[in-house]
Design a protein around this ligand. Structure first.
Ligand code: ADP
Length: 535
C-alpha cells in the first residue's frame, strides 16, 4: 500500500528544489533563484552527510534522498550514492518491514514515531537491533513531503540493559535469600518500605504487611526514643551498627538484634537499609555462660572456704593427737615393749605427715585468698630468691643450675618465687645417680612469656602428665622420694591465677621440661582471687 497523499504525490528532489526556491524568494529571477537553491542544496547535503547520527531523508515513496555517513557505516555501505533513490525499507530486515510500514502510515496522522524498535539489515545480510525515530517533513503549506529517520544501533545498550537485569536478578536473589533480615525504611517518614523473607520470618509479618508498618510497630514504646536516635545516626553515617536492640514481633514477643544501618538513595528519595542479625540465641548462650561462670566461681569459693576451714580446724585436734602420743611414748617408755614403742612411732609419724598435708592444703587454699595484687615483677629476682631458699638442697645434690635472660612480668612476686621453688626442688629431687643439671629459660610467644625449667632427671611417663598436677597425687612412695604431692598442684594454681597455663614434656630416664606461660605485662592478666578470707 502506498502512503503518499492523493492530492500531491511527491516526485523527488528536483520538484522539491524548485518548490523550495520559489518558497524562499517568489519574486527572484530564474538565475538568481537557481544559485540560491544550489547553495541551499549543498548546505543541506553537507549537513545530513556529516551529522554525527545515523540519519536519512526519504520522500513519501520512501525513496532515500539523503543519508548521513553514520547510516552508511551502520548498514555496511561505502558511499551515499549506493543508497540514494533506493527504498529505505530495504534497510529494515524482512520480518520487521510491515511493522515499520504501518508506523510510517500512522505518522501521516500523528506526525512522528518515537523509539520504534526493529531489526535492521546490513548490506552483508547480517542484522542489528535498532531504534527508529521517524518524523514527517511538511512543506510551507503544511503538506507532507517526506520523512526524516534517525536510527540508533542499540545492541550495546541492550547488552548493558541485559547485564543490569542480570545483576538486578542476582541482587534480588541475595536480598531475598539473605540469612540476615533486611529492611528498607523511608528516612523521613520512618515508614518501612520493603523487606526480605528473613525479616518477614523474624518479625512474623508478611512482606505485604511490612510495607504498612513504621518503626513504632516493630519496637516497644520504651525503646523507641533510643531506636530513633540510632536510626538518625545511621542516616548521618555516624554509626555503622547498633547492638543489642530489642525488636517486637507481630505477636508482641521480643527478640534481640544487632542492626547495621546505612543510607541509600532510590529514585531521588532517601532510605535506610537495616540489616538485622538475630542475637537472641547468642545472648541466651552468653547469659548461660555468665551464670555457669558465676556458679563456678561461687562453688570454687565454697571449696576454698571448706579447704581452709578443714585444714585450719583440723590442725588443732591433730596437734593434740601428735603431742599426746609423743607424751605417751616418753612417759611410759619403760613400761612398753618394742612393738608398742614402734606403734607409737608410727602413730607420731602419721600425725606429722598429716600435719604437713594439712599445711599444704592450707597453702593451696591460700593461693587465691592470700595472693597479693599483681605488679611489675622481675622473674630474674624471683628465680634468685627461689635459688637462695633452695641453696642447701642444691649444694647437697651437687646440682648445677643455669638460666637465660628472664623478663619482667605482671605478677605476684612471692607466688612466682614459690612457683620456681617448687619446680626447681622437683628437678633436683627426682634424680638417680647423676648430679642434677637444671636450665631455666623464657621465650616471648605472641602475647605471653613462655618459661621452661628443664632437668636431666628420671623423667615422667606421658600417661601421668595430667595426674601429677592433681593435689596429693604422687608417682612414687615416700620411701623413694619425700613429698606430699602438693607441689605441682600449687604451681598450676599459681600459674592459672596469673592467666597462664602449665604443661610438660618428658622422656622417662632422660629428663623433664616443665613449661608455663604468663601473659606479657602489656596484656591484662586479671587476678582471680577473692578477698575477705583470713587465716
Ligand atoms: P611431690 O614433689 O611432693 O611428690 P609434686 O606435686 O611436686 O609432688 O609432684 C607430683 C609428682 O610428679 C611427683 O611425685 C613426681 O612423681 C612427679 N614429678 C614432679 N616433678 C618431676 C620431675 N622434675 N621429674 C620427674 N618427676 C617429677
Amino acid at each position: 500500500m502506498r502512503v503518499t497523499p492523493k492530492e500531491e504525490p511527491a516526485r523527488g528532489l528536483p520538484r522539491l528544489r524548485s518548490r523550495m526556491a520559489k518558497l524562499r524568494n517568489p519574486r527572484a529571477g530564474a538565475g538568481e533563484a537557481e544559485g540560491a537553491l544550489w547553495n541551499l542544496e549543498e548546505k543541506y547535503r553537507t549537513l545530513v552527510r556529516t551529522m554525527p547520527t545515523a540519519l536519512m531523508v526519504v520522500n513519501l515513496e520512501k525513496e532515500i534522498l539523503e543519508v548521513s555517513q553514520l547510516t552508511l557505516e551502520q548498514h555496511g555501505f561505502d558511499r551515499a550514492e549506493e543508497l540514494l533513490g533506493k527504498n529505505a525499507i530495504m534497510l529494515v530486515s524482512a520480518p520487521d518491514r510491515e511493522k515499520v510500514e504501518t508506523n510510517i502510515r500512522n505518522i501521516l496522522t500523528t506526525g512522528s514515531v518515537k523509539n520504534l524498535e526493529c531489526v535492521m539489515a546490513r548490506r552483508d545480510g547480517s542484522a542489528f537491533i535498532g531504534e527508529l525515530n521517524i518524523g514527517l517533513i511538511r512543506d510551507g503549506q503544511g503538506r507532507p513531503r517526506g520523512f526524516i529517520g534517525i536510527s540508533q544501533d542499540i545492541a550495546a545498550r541492550r547488552q548493558v540493559e541485559e547485564e543490569l537485569k542480570e545483576s538486578e536478578k542476582k541482587f534480588k536473589a541475595i536480598f531475598e535469600n539473605a540469612q540476615d533480615g533486611i529492611l528498607l525504611a523511608d528516612q523521613t517518614s520512618q515508614k518501612l518500605y520493603a523487606g526480605n523473607k528473613m525479616i518477614s520470618q523474624m518479625l512474623g509479618y508478611s512482606l505485604g504487611e511490612i510495607k504498612t508498618l513504621g518503626l513504632m510497630d516493630i519496637h516497644r514504646q520504651e525503646d523507641l526514643k533510643y531506636v530513633i536516635e540510632q536510626f538518625e545516626k545511621f542516616g548521618k553515617k555516624e554509626i555503622p551498627i547498633a547492638k543489642d536492640i530489642p525488636v517486637k514481633r507481630k505477636d508482641g514477643s521480643i527478640f534481640y538484634a544487632d542492626i547495621s544501618g546505612s543510607p541509600i538513595v532510590l529514585g531521588g528519595k532517601s532510605y535506610l537499609v537495616g540489616i538485622f542479625r538475630d542475637i537472641t540465641e547468642r545472648k541466651r548462650a552468653e547469659g548461660e555462660l555468665k551464670k555457669t561462670l558465676e556458679d563456678l566461681k561461687r562453688s570454687n569459693q565454697e571449696l576454698e572456704q571448706f579447704a581452709y576451714v578443714a585444714s585450719h580446724d583440723l590442725q588443732e585436734p591433730l596437734r593434740m593427737i601428735s603431742s599426746y602420743t609423743q607424751l605417751l611414748g616418753k612417759r611410759y617408755r619403760d613400761q612398753l615393749d618394742d612393738d608398742a614403742r614402734d606403734f607409737i612411732n608410727f602413730a607420731v609419724d602419721g600425725a606429722k605427715r598429716m600435719q604437713k598435708m594439712i599445711n599444704d592444703l592450707l597453702a593451696y587454699s591460700r593461693v587465691q585468698t592470700r595472693g597479693k595484687a599483681f605488679g611489675p615483677t622481675d622473674t630474674y629476682s624471683a628465680l634468685g630468691q627461689a635459688l637462695i631458699n633452695l641453696s642447701q638442697a642444691i649444694e647437697d645434690s651437687h646440682g648445677i643450675i643455669t638460666y637465660d635472660q628472664l623478663p619482667e612480668v605482671n605478677a605476684d612476686e612471692s607466688q612466682l618465687v614459690q612457683l620456681f621453688q617448687n619446680l626447681l626442688s622437683n628437678a633436683i629431687k627426682f634424680q638417680r645417680e647423676k648430679p642434677p643439671r637444671v636450665h631455666i629459660s623464657a621465650e616471648k610467644k605472641d602475647k605471653e612469656w613462655v618459661f621452661s625449667v628443664r632437668d636431666n632427671g628420671i623423667g615422667i611417663d606421658p600417661k601421668y602428665y595430667d595426674r601429677i598436677f592433681i593435689i596429693f597425687q604422687r608417682l612414687h612412695g615416700k620411701g623413694d622420694y619425700p613429698g606430699t604431692g602438693i607441689g605441682l598442684a600449687l604451681c598450676k594454681r599459681i600459674v592459672e591465677r596469673h592467666g597462664g597455663r602449665i604443661w610438660l614434656q618428658s622422656e622417662p630416664a632422660k629428663g623433664s621440661t616443665f613449661i608455663f606461660s604468663i601473659p606479657d605485662k602489656e596484656e591484662k592478666n586479671n587476678d582471680q582471687s577473692n578477698d575477705g578470707q583470713t587465716g
